[in-house]
Ligand binder design. Structure first.
Ligand SMILES: *Cc1c(COP(=O)(O)O)cnc(C)c1O
Ligand code: SF4
Length: 338
């Protein structure tokens, strides 16, 4: 078995063992009991401060009982993924790009994940339907491997999939959307790097990271191996209350990335998935943070602040102008944008 799969077996999956490890004096009633269970790699758990719940790493993975509180506007599928299925595992929302739900599995379970309720694992589990749909649509030039986390697939399965994609003449670009290396950097194996090196498709590697403490020398070293192949490494960050909703934390995160040659690509407004209301930061505050960062960082280290609004032709950049016109017509932001 691959080393990274062995490491993954040590993930915390039970509240009791995590509470013991972190010296938290909590009983069962403190935890939510959703069907999206606790899943936290040991490496991340080791970065968490003991004896407190107010740790920015812990807050992202702790199945808190607050998740059981229903909040109006917080939905099971806030971005309407299921309205855009070309096949059960192929989403096409934007011109030229498709998103392939490669697997349901992740290295970790982020409590704010907007895809936590996705109807994964519908047969057939190979990608024959998805490959056929891409072959039949010459407007598609890019495939985004997402999930779940595409790096949960074995190198063998990834190699087979990418070889098939590379035979489709109209495909030019391949993108990974992953958080896996933040939990288990050993996942960037030499056989994975071989796959990236061999494919004719120009690859972009998008890492999901929310806090500077997630980026340690091992993680950055793993990204460096990808960068050395000439593959751009970019990041996506979700703006999360009490995790990264302050200038100092975002500045440290984006500067650390830039210092490693990694480009912060998107800062996402939280998608309103049910159970995640306690993580939401207002768009006004998000805009203030971006404005403050402009005074402190080079332009290339400041990501575009975006929100995913269903039925828009792209992610929606958040600006003061867009926000104030939305308030004037006093309808939901999505409708005012049109
Ligand atoms: C976010 C997203 C993309 C990628 O959008 P970019 O702006 O190109 O990064 C593509 N497809 C879907 C379904 C998405 O949600
Ligand atoms: S790693 Fe990504 S897909 Fe998986 S739970 Fe976290 S946010 Fe969701």
């Amino acid at each position: 078995m691959e080393q990274w799969r062995q490491i993954q077996k040590n993930n915390f999956r039970h509240w009791k063992s995590l509470a013991e490890f972190l010296k938290l004096d909590l009983d069962k009633s403190f935890f939510s009991h959703p069907y999206f269970p606790l899943n936290l790699p040991r490496r991340l758990a080791e970065k968490i401060e003991k004896k407190t719940l107010n740790d920015p790493i812990l807050l992202q993975f702790f199945p808190h009982q607050k998740e059981n509180v229903a909040s109006p506007g917080f939905l099971s599928d806030p971005v309407e993924d299921t309205s855009f299925q070309k096949t059960p595992r192929l989403l096409k929302k934007y011109e030229g790009r498709v998103l392939l739900i490669a697997t349901s599995a992740c290295a970790m379970h982020c409590r704010f994940c907007f895809r936590q309720n996705y109807p994964y694992n519908q047969p057939p589990l190979d990608f024959s339907r998805e490959i056929k749909a891409i072959q039949n649509d010459p407007s598609i030039h890019e495939v985004i491997l997402s999930g779940g986390d595409p790096l949960s697939l074995s190198d063998q399965r990834l190699a087979t999939l990418i070889e098939k994609l590379a035979t489709i003449p109209h495909l030019k670009l391949l993108r990974f959307h992953t958080r896996f290396p933040i939990g288990i950097p050993e996942r960037i194996t030499s056989s994975f790097l071989d796959i990236l090196e061999k494919t004719r498709l120009q690859t972009f590697f998008l890492l999901h990271t929310n806090h500077p403490r997630e980026l340690d020398p091992d993680v950055l070293q793993a990204m460096k191996k990808i960068q050395r192949l000439g593959i751009p490494v970019l990041t996506q960050t979700v703006l999360i209350r009490e995790v990264n909703d302050n200038t100092a934390t975002l500045k440290e995160l984006f500067l650390k990335l830039a210092a490693s040659g990694i480009v912060p690509y998107y800062l996402h407004q939280l998608d309103r998935v049910q159970g995640a209301a306690h993580f939401e930061v207002s768009r006004e505050k998000g805009l203030q943070l971006i404005e403050a960062l402009r005074k402190e960082l080079p332009g290339y280290a400041i990501p575009t602040y975006v929100q995913e609004v269903p039925h828009q032709k792209s992610k929606t950049p958040l600006t003061y102008e867009a926000l104030s016109s939305a308030q004037e017509c006093s309808t939901p932001f999505s409708e005012c944008e049109q």
